[in-house]
Design a protein around this ligand. Structure first.
Ligand code: NCD
Length: 361
């Protein structure tokens, strides 16, 4: 059985196939309106969401299926202390597929390990958000006609912005992609993404805090919200919250075919005046997200088998130090670390990907 936890769980070919299905749904919605008749999607949202949850719900309804679920942790048994593993086992008795959003990094992975139905990661803490990436990819493909040879600017909160982490992983698989990482010093891209996604594949990137200087080279500009809820220090958020505000004036040196994206919600990062610019694609991106979620639900309900993957060396005697990792709260969840660099003895938590260095031999 197949789940989508990390965007790299799907190959480039599988992602193209999803985009083909989504384009076909856009062209012939009537052909899909009963494809999930009698099926149930469970939306387990332990964290606030408007777009993603309603997009999943709309997707399932447009496929002729049903939706059950909850939209806040307080109205679920998590408030009584139920583990993610137990919730996944219980919901597997009620539904055919799960979409889960959770404040803890790695929670949907734990759900997938325990569910007997496919699990879709609808955002886990500051870690990943693969279905937003599906929306981003379809938008880029429909606007640009390709992924290769694009210069992609990512601007804002690159540290906590999970959509950015998933999008970088996805775009890293196409030839000639370059990244311009635009953020304040405090909100730079985590080093694990730089080292283990960009550097290992020799993908060119530059880091800057100057959006206007970066603008002329960009084919894609991906604006993001400063993620207030993930800041340990509220004063730091106050200081950084308006770091970037895209206005029509700042776009004057941009390419005429720039594609401006934003996963939304926008707080203040893009002036409303930019919405009229034909290069603003963020509302198209919302619609594309629904079609990609429809394509994904169809694909996962086909009941495909998990492809064979090399697991590599796993260490069980390390301890995850990421305070936001699911391993910190989940009952009896074993610590497990995947070796990502044998020479330097670097291990990454299988749930949240945070790093540990093995000491000694
Ligand atoms: C994003 C998220 O939840 O990470 N929103 C979304 O799902 N479209 C971005 C954000 O919250 O800033």
């Amino acid at each position: 059985m197949r789940s989508l936890i990390n965007i790299l769980d799907f190959s480039v070919e599988e992602l193209y196939a999803l985009m083909d299905t989504a384009n076909d749904i856009i062209a012939h919605p009537e052909a899909y309106c009963e494809r999930c008749k009698g099926k149930k999607l469970a939306t387990l949202f332990f964290e606030p969401s408007t777009r993603t949850r309603l997009s999943f719900e709309a997707a399932m309804y447009e496929l002729g299926g049903h939706v059950i679920g909850f939209s806040e942790a307080q109205s679920s048994s998590a408030a009584k202390g139920e583990s993610v593993a137990d919730t996944a086992k219980v919901i597997s008795c009620y539904a055919d597929i799960i979409a889960m959003r959770h404040p803890r990094d790695g929670a949907p992975y734990v759900a997938a390990l325990n569910a007997s139905i496919p699990v879709i990661n609808a955002g886990d803490g500051g870690h990943n958000h693969p279905t937003q990436t599906l929306a981003d990819l379809l938008t880029i493909y429909r606007e640009k006609g390709r992924f290769e040879n694009l210069t992609v600017g990512l601007c804002g909160d690159l540290k906590y912005g999970r959509t950015v982490h998933s999008l970088i992983s996805a775009l890293s698989r196409y030839a000639g992609v370059k990244f311009v990482l635009i953020s304040p010093e405090e909100l730079k891209l985590p080093s694990y993404v730089k080292k283990e996604v960009l550097a290992v594949q020799n993908i060119p990137y530059e880091q800057t805090d100057d959006l206007e200087a970066a603008m002329p080279a960009l084919d894609i500009l991906y604006m993001t919200r400063i993620q207030r809820e993930r800041f340990p220090d509220p004063e730091e958020y106050e200081r950084l919250k308006d770091s970037y505000i895209l206005t029509p004036d700042k776009l004057k040196n941009a390419k005429p075919d720039l594609c401006i994206l934003h996963p939304l919600p926008r707080v203040n990062e893009i002036s409303v005046a930019v919405d009229k610019d034909p290069r603003a694609c963020y509302f198209k991106q919302v619609a594309n997200g629904k079609y990609m979620r429809m394509a994904l639900i169809l694909k996962l309900l086909e009941g495909m088998d998990e492809p064979e993957r090399e697991v590599g060396e796993i260490a069980y005697d390390l301890k995850c130090e990421n305070p936001r990792c699911i391993v910190q709260t989940e009952q009896e969840l074993p610590q497990a670390f995947r070796c990502t660099n044998r020479e330097r003895k670097i291990y990454r938590c299988v749930y949240c990907e945070s790093k540990q260095i093995l000491k000694g031999d």
